[in-house]
Design a protein around this ligand. Structure first.
Ligand code: PMP
Ligand code: GLN
Length: 379
């Protein structure tokens, strides 16, 4: 049989989690919290399961959840997304991204993708007959050269895919980046697919700026979010897509045939939990402390790095410490040192070694300290 994704194997996250399990290594590879969600949220799920909210949800999502999201966005950015026509609840951000890409990409269309890039973007573009056009950034990059981005745009460019806070670099876009994006998208009539799953995890006083909050940009943007990161519930695969009504109508035509609708009782529970902003507004502070703990604990190893600006990932370059390839080193560290990481070259299309590893610090403090201690044996 001819493969539709000939260049794709098992994801690096699956591979490294399996290796970590086999060798009983501390898993700082795949990004998921080691801790559980709030007990109040568990009680709410239980309440809705027991009260019979167990059949198909409406195709676009439970209205209470769409209303809660609309309210939350209006409070933070004064932008109004109508629950009826502009918000769709999805099976994680992964489905939101896949459907948004499927909605806009026609055969032969080009899509601008910044790499390092989250692994689901390129297969989704290619399955739709699109062509990813890469803007390649160093994993330690500090600023984006928007002239380079502009130089990648052709008459075939249909969309640009962005991700802030960024996985895997941890970079958070500044207001000027979003202004550049808005200008470029408007000038060239591009759709914007904005992956904002780490929206509530930003450090050192930074603010996450959603593409949905920028006039001129919101009209052409599919903003994708996930409750997995915000409520420590990656296993629930609950996400959403915000887009203007005309775009949402097309998005839903595809969403209805990918999953139709997603898990009902959890949507009710999350709607109620979301109504209390303290459930997510303290997340940055929570993770900033963990970032500091982990960063300080590995600081004297001699990696080239700077503290992550957002997300729950810390990248380190070991180029000055070892000539080893990042895929080989991350495997060796898992097996010999007992700490699993993700080789950052896995986030690139055509680069096989960047001498950079990504560590997930969404872990208990003692796990992070044990991992840091073990990492001192890297070189
Ligand atoms: N985008 C990025 C950047 C991610 O890191 C992840 C999850 N790890 C996703 C999308 C997918 O989110 P979900 O688990 O809600 O599908
Ligand atoms: N987003 C998670 C990460 O970056 C992994 C999710 C997955 O395994 N697909 O580690």
């Amino acid at each position: 049989m001819q493969s539709k994704l000939p260049r794709v194997g098992t994801t690096i996250f699956t591979k490294m989690s399996k290796l970590a399990e086999e060798h009983q290594a501390i898993n700082l590879a795949q990004g998921f919290p080691e801790f559980d969600c709030a007990p109040e949220l568990q009680v709410l799920v239980d309440k809705y399961v027991r009260s019979g909210k167990n059949q198909y949800a409406p195709m676009a999502g439970v209205m209470a959840l769409r209303e809660a999201i609309s309210q939350k966005i209006f409070t933070s950015s004064s932008h109004e997304y109508h629950p009826e026509s502009e918000i769709t609840i999805t099976s994680g951000a992964t489905e939101a991204l896949f459907v948004a890409i499927s909605t806009v990409v026609q055969r032969g269309d080009e899509v601008i993708v910044f790499e390092p890039a989250y692994d689901s973007y390129v297969p989704a573009i290619e399955l739709n007959g699109g062509i990813p056009v890469f803007v390649t950034l160093d994993p330690q990059y500090e600023t984006i050269d928007w002239n380079v981005v502009a130089s990648k745009i052709s008459p075939q460019t249909r969309a640009i895919l962005v991700n802030t806070p960024h996985n895997p670099t941890g970079n958070v876009w500044k207001a000027s980046d979003l202004q550049h994006l808005a200008a470029l998208a408007e000038e060239n009539g591009l759709f914007v697919i904005s992956d904002e799953v780490y929206e509530h995890i930003v450090f050192d006083g930074r603010q996450h700026i959603s593409a949905s909050s920028i006039p001129g940009l919101a009209e052409r943007t599919f903003a994708c979010g996930s409750f997995g990161k915000t409520f420590h519930t990656t296993g629930w695969k609950l996400g959403y897509c915000l887009a203007p009504a005309k775009l949402t109508a097309e998005f839903r035509k595809i969403h209805q045939y990918v999953v139709f609708s997603v898990v009902t009782p959890i949507q009710f529970a999350v709607a109620e939990h979301l109504a209390e902003p303290e459930h997510y507004l303290k997340l940055s502070e929570f993770y900033e402390r963990k970032r500091n703990l982990f960063f300080d604990a590995i600081n004297d190893i001699g990696f080239i790095t700077r503290p992550s600006e957002g997300s729950f990932f810390q990248n380190v370059s070991y180029a000055n410490l070892s000539p080893e390839n990042d895929r080989t080193l991350s495997e060796r560290l898992t097996i010999e040192t007992g700490v699993a990481s993700i080789p950052v070259s896995a986030f690139y299309d055509n680069i096989t070694d960047f001498k950079t590893l990504r560590f997930c610090f969404a872990k208990n403090d003692d796990t992070l300290l044990r991992a840091a201690e073990a990492l001192h044996k890297v070189v």
